[in-house]
Ligand binder design. Structure first.
Ligand code: NAG
Length: 133
């Protein structure tokens, strides 16, 4: 059921970065393809999430194009880079900009990140998940 893999994340990140590196003229052209990579605004680096808590994941939708290829979002968890397999939310409209998730019961660590999937994948900064409040 879960066919997404690290290679896909890397390829998508590579595609996104080539947009950034492109000349202004080709950026305009690519923008017409409507790849929407909304920056995650929460969690931020250094945040501490406690297992079982409700947390809002938020992202900036202000640069959303008129037509988004894949408007259905999914929020995954990564630890130290690779995806853990925990799906924190899915099936939501990528334009809502915020969704409440429950912190999953995972091992303590300070190298967790949220991945927001829609058109493209976007990693949050690393933050901590712990069992002790
Ligand atoms: C998430 O955001 C909604 C809307 O602003 C708010 O009502 C809710 O209390 C927030 N949840 C948490 C866990 O902060």
């Amino acid at each position: 059921m879960f066919s997404f893999n690290k290679l896909t994340v890397f390829a998508t990140a590579l595609a996104a970065s080539s947009v950034v590196l492109a000349t202004p003229a080709s950026v305009k052209k690519r923008a017409a393809l409507d790849v929407f990579v909304p920056p995650i605004t929460s969690p931020v680096a250094g945040d501490v999430w406690v297992v079982g808590q409700q947390k809002n994941v938020t992202w900036d939708t202000s640069n959303a194009p008129a037509h988004i290829t894949n408007p259905i979002g999914q929020i995954l968890l990564a630890k130290g880079g690779p995806i853990t397999g925990d799906v924190l939310a899915d099936g939501f409209d990528i334009l809502i900009g915020s969704i409440e998730v429950t912190v999953p019961d995972v091992v303590d660590g300070d190298d967790y990140a949220i991945i927001l999937l829609g058109d493209a994948s976007n990693y949050s900064p690393e933050f901590t998940i712990t069992h002790s409040a």
